[in-house]
Ligand binder design. Structure first.
Ligand SMILES: *Cc1c(COP(=O)(O)O)cnc(C)c1O
Length: 236
């Protein structure tokens, strides 16, 4: 078994065991393999081991990889998205996790409508209230979702958060718990054209706590592909 396959199996096993421990069906938790900065060959290796959902955070990199990798990959846009780049990914990615403004949603809607497709999206919530992070404040999420729900060609499927960097995943448990509560709360409002079946939270450092608190998608990069190397960049 290659090193990558071994790491992948390890993460998949932990997801399964964690789900069982909290009496959840492991099939409720989708692993999105975060392949940003990693070469196509490694993505192909994970694909050959059965992974079909990959997450990228830069539009250009995502489009390049989409071109040269198998067509049945489901691509997830997990990074901050600029309005002028929306045109490159609408209708091509399975889910945009990072919608945090009405203006961005309107642009997605406009292009999706033109292409006659429905683009699934998540609203990104800055549950940790970190200045360095994108996302709406938790108290603004419902209002934004209500406005997006009236736009054509776009469908809210849930919410997403990038929790703070921590050493011990227990430190993020409360944030994940609050995300779950927010998701249940918004779901109970029965907003037309809105579903809350996706709760995207948890990365390499804390996906165990995220699953225990109700995540339906975890976005794991380095624990599968190894550490990433790049210069200092903000808002990763
Ligand atoms: C990079 C990234 C991840 C994965 O981070 P790892 O620590 O490598 O697991 C998850 N979510 C988002 C939004 C990211 O940018």
């Amino acid at each position: 078994m290659s090193e990558l396959t071994e790491k992948l199996k390890n993460v998949q096993n932990i997801i399964k065991e964690t789900a069982y421990q909290v009496h959840r069906d492991p099939s409720e938790v989708l692993l999105v393999a975060v392949s940003k900065t990693k070469p196509a060959e490694l993505i192909q290796e994970a694909y050959d081991a059965g992974v079909r959902d990959f997450g990228e955070n830069k539009v250009q990199e995502l489009c390049e990889k989409m071109e040269c990798l198998p067509k049945d990959i489901r691509w997830h846009m997990i990074g901050h998205l600029q309005r002028n780049k929306v045109k490159y990914i609408v209708g091509k990615v399975t889910l945009i996790h990072s919608v945090d403004s009405l203006r961005l949603a309107e642009e997605i809607s406009k292009l999706a409508h033109k292409l006659q497709v429905t683009q699934d999206i998540l609203v990104e919530v800055n549950m940790g209230r970190e200045e360095s992070k994108f996302g709406v404040m938790p108290e603004e999420a419902e209002g934004l979702i209500r406005m997006i729900s009236t736009l054509p060609g776009i469908r809210v499927r849930g919410i997403m958060t990038s929790a703070p960097y921590v050493v011990d995943f227990e430190e993020n448990r409360e944030i994940f718990h609050k995300m779950k509560q927010l998701s249940v709360d918004i779901e109970s409002k029965n907003i037309d054209n809105v579903s809350m079946d996706v709760l995207s939270m948890g990365m390499s450092q804390d996906y165990v706590a995220a699953i225990e608190e109700g995540a339906t998608m975890v976005r794991v990069g380095s624990k599968i592909f190894g550490q990433r190397y790049y210069g200092t960049e903000s808002k990763q």
